[in-house]
Design a binder for this molecule. Structure first.
Ligand SMILES: [Zn+2]
Ligand SMILES: [Zn+2]
Length: 153
């Protein structure tokens, strides 16, 4: 009844699972099924197929759901990209408005700042002049002291 060799591993076969697709008989362990499990199949034995045949028969169908899945994944990835982008657009718009407000107020503030700054520069210039005067006086004092010392010596 049984072919001499297992359709999967090629070893000697005494009993096994008959594949209804490739008509090969496999060891129970090669077919990934227990003998008891195979016996319980009953009428389904007549439609039982080995792993190879299951793969080849299901392979033409499998790309379709996988393509759908990848398309879905892409759509999800795209929507995931677009959702923050939409939010980003709003944020940019809000930032622009804010910036426009800031710019107009900044122009006023800048004038104030500039006036303040030029005032400060004037004060600093005056201070520098004062410092220079003090330094001048200091040197004069020093020279005078040295002159005094020279006189004393
Ligand atoms: Zn085998
Ligand atoms: Zn088969």
């Amino acid at each position: 009844m049984y072919p001499e060799k297992c359709g999967s591993c090629g070893d000697q076969l005494s009993d096994g699972v008959l594949c209804t697709a490739c008509k090969q008989t496999l060891h129970f362990h090669c077919a990934s099924i227990t003998e008891a499990g195979y016996r319980r199949l009953g009428d389904r034995k007549l439609t039982w197929r080995c792993m190879k045949c299951k793969q080849t028969s299901s392979s033409p169908k499998s790309p379709i759901p996988s393509v759908e899945a990848s398309v879905l994944q892409e759509i999800r990835a795209l929507s995931a990209k677009f959702t923050p982008l939409e939010g980003l657009k709003d944020e940019i718009k809000a930032l622009r408005d804010e910036f426009a407000d800031l710019k107009s107020s900044f122009n006023k503030k800048f004038d104030d700042l500039f006036n303040d700054f030029s005032d400060k520069i004037k004060t600093m210039e005056q201070r520098i002049v004062q410092v220079e005067k003090i330094q001048c006086q200091n040197t004069t004092v020093k020279e005078l002291t040295m002159f005094d010392i020279d006189i004393g010596a």
